[in-house]
Design a protein around this ligand. Sequence first.
Ligand code: GLU
Length: 421
Amino acid sequence: MSEELNPFKIAQEELDAAAETMGLDKTAHAILREPKRILTVNIPVKMQDGTTKVFNGFRVLYNDARGPGKGGIRYHPLENVDTVKALSAWMTWKTSLANIPFGGAKGGVICDPKTLNDFELENLSRGYIRALGRAIGPKVDIPAPDVYTNPQIMAWMMDEYSELVGYDEPGVITGKPLEIGGSEGRFDSTAMGGMYVLREAAKTINLDLKNSKIIIQGFGNAGMFAFEIATRLSGGKVIGVSDSEGGIYDPDGIDYNKLLEAKKRTGKVQGYEKGQKVTNEQLLELDADVLIPAAIENQITAANADRIKTKIVLELANGPVTPDADKILFEKGILDMPDFLVNSGGVIVSYFEWVQDIGGYYWTQEDVYKRLDTIITRSFNDVIGMQKQYAANGKKISPRTAAYIVAVDRVARAMKFRGWY
Ligand code: GLU
């Protein structure tokens, strides 16, 4: 049988496996297998040429037992409801594992943002918010950026929502520019959180990060900052990096500033002049200490997991490792740190942004990073603690399964207290 690659089926499969291991209550399991609410919206958008084009979008609220929904909005030509459902489930486990007072949600609009100008992007973003109306809100469901959305888009959305309710409401959305209620440290928070997890993971296997070799797949918001922060904080060297067009490999280490300059000038990582060109597939299989998938879903599958050579896989993207690949990596003794732990820095600092917006008092960047470190290191320890608890009873579970058990148990207990089952 071929491997399941539908992201929502994968999300359900992962939940089912955890439910079985932890002996989850059947009703709780049934509630948690499907989203609470799926909204489909139809958005007429005035285009630059005077015509009106209709776009389709979604907002899925997966679960709100622990607090209002939380999760980003993606603009993507291949967006579909199953991907958004999966991502909303993963947000539920992400906020729960971080132990911040939110549930999980996600949104998406089917569009190719590369073909839209600012006028059209603004109209689309405002139209999406008008279509969602009161289904979002600082106490209902709080969106944020994700693939191909950015602080400017969050600003338009916040403004549209404020118009709708009749007062300024910065707490409705996170990832905003600093000028209108954004938080210090939000932009590189996903990568920063990932680096704190890497620091802790390296300690558990006695890996000296200063002399380590790192590979990064993806050079978007997460991958780019991961490159910069990893080399600056750990002292390790990045020997391979890629974007959607392909990668480069240089065993002597890639120079961040030169790479950035080449990417700006040529639009691709392969514009970098030194080193050797590799495909995205070859990049994943290079010999190094740490592999950071920071692009999209389903990159490490049953087809290539066996050829991964690093000691640590740090999942900075959402869903880069399939359940079958997860088993293979675990059997090979590779420490695979799951996405909803590694990339939770983004939503953790979103939480800080929401708290600051509600309180109207803003923190320093130093404060933000310190609090992020405290929360994400606590999550890491919760995962390792759960693994040890099972090991003490003679059962070996992967970090992903351990993370699921911690997260699902918290959501199930919240639902129980609320009387949902
Ligand atoms: N889109 C990010 C994620 O997948 C951030 C979500 C948020 O800040 O709400 O975690």
